[in-house]
Design a protein around this ligand. Structure first.
Ligand SMILES: NC(=O)c1ccc[n+]([C@@H]2O[C@H](COP(=O)([O-])OP(=O)(O)OC[C@H]3O[C@@H](n4cnc5c(N)ncnc54)[C@H](OP(=O)(O)O)[C@@H]3O)[C@@H](O)[C@H]2O)c1
Length: 312
């Protein structure tokens, strides 16, 4: 089957799937919170631009073969994301086919005006970085990349001047750097102290809070936006609360699932700008996007959440 045939089939499956969706799940925030409710947004310190606090990741979940049934499902996942006020989509050339799948599916989404596209450079050498970033923009189908990040600090001294030049030329809007490994934190903090960055991305979740003493306060001090990866510790957090009841007081911050509990914990930290959970499932995306709305836990509620989680 040719690529264009595959795309046509996926488009037809996708449109068929939308009928099912429009009857139910995508309408959830309006149904739950009413038309007037707006997503919670946080400002990017370097510009003041406000972005919705719930974004999405694409590692593994969007690294799929161009199979019509899977594309239909992922198209619906993206549709639910945009229908519920989503904007930030994080990808990387490290995630196999993900940039391409995101780019192809975005062409089928009617209301993607809020898109804030983020990807990464993950290679050694200046020209190799330039070639890879150009390819990523083509694969994701964007003329300007909102955020370009250096993946896992890889060859960062070489890529940073290119990113600065591209930002000046208007090819990218923001510059960032990422990790998900504690062993890189010391070097990352040194970079944050000495280089001008718009964004930094790292892991933070209710089961892994070491960055509360290091990266988060430093990002706040330096005026760097934070993009938080692995908010579910790759799904492990759900396994640790399996069979456990959500506390009744979670309603006080408009939370009705463990997913929302974990996401609202992350985005209620004052130094967090946006979180990027990844899912391949439509109902999980609807669950995640419910955390884009309503009240956030206060500082004292956050302590209560940690105590409750640690007793389980
Ligand atoms: N160095 C880096 O730059 C770096 C490193 C790590 C991650 N990241 C970025 O951060 C993103 C998120 O991290 P991650 O993908 O490693 O892990 P994660 O978001 O913590 O967890 C993803 C897992 O949670 C499950 N899940 C999602 N929503 C759920 C819900 N509402 N209820 C139950 N299960 C749910 C997903 O399964 P289902 O598919 O079944 O929903 C998936 O197995 C990545 O996709 C990537 O974009 C970047």
């Amino acid at each position: 089957m040719t690529k264009s045939n595959t795309r046509e089939i996926s488009r037809r499956h996708f449109i068929k799937g939308l009928g099912v969706l429009s009857a139910g799940i995508t309408l959830m925030p309006q149904a739950v919170f009413g038309e007037s409710r707006q997503p919670v947004k946080h400002a990017i310190p370097s510009s003041g631009e406000r972005i919705p606090v719930i974004g999405m990741g694409t590692s593994r979940t969007f690294d799929v073969a161009e199979n019509a049934a899977i594309l239909t499902q992922l198209g619906q996942v993206l549709q639910v994301f945009f229908d519920n006020g989503g904007a930030v989509i994080d990808s990387s050339p490290m995630y196999g086919n993900s940039e391409t799948i995101v780019g192809n599916l975005l062409k089928t989404i009617p209301n993607k005006g809020s898109l804030f596209a983020a990807t990464k450079v993950w290679t050694d050498g200046k020209q190799s970085g330039i070639d890879q970033m150009q390819e990523s923009m083509q694969r994701m189908g964007v003329g300007v990349m909102d955020l370009m990040q250096i993946h896992n600090l890889r060859d960062w001294k070489i890529h940073l001047p290119t990113l600065r030049q591209w930002k000046q030329e208007g090819k990218i809007r923001y510059i960032g750097i990422t990790t998900s490994h504690g062993r890189f934190h010391a070097e990352l903090m040194q970079i944050m102290r000495t280089e001008a960055l718009d964004f930094v991305q790292f892991t933070y979740n209710i089961g892994n809070r070491t960055v509360e003493e290091s990266l988060l306060p430093l990002a706040a001090d330096r005026g760097i936006a934070t993009l938080i990866n692995r908010p579910y510790q790759r799904g492990a957090l759900f396994r640790s609360v399996k069979g456990q009841a959500l506390p009744e007081w979670a309603r006080e911050f408009d939370c009705s699932s463990w997913g929302q509990f974990f996401l609202k914990f992350v985005v209620s930290h004052p130094a967090v700008t946006c979180v990027i959970p990844a899912t391949s499932k439509v109902h999980h995306m609807a669950d995640n996007m419910a955390a884009n709305y309503g009240r956030l836990p206060s500082a004292s509620m956050r302590k209560r959440m940690v105590e409750y989680f640690e007793r389980l």
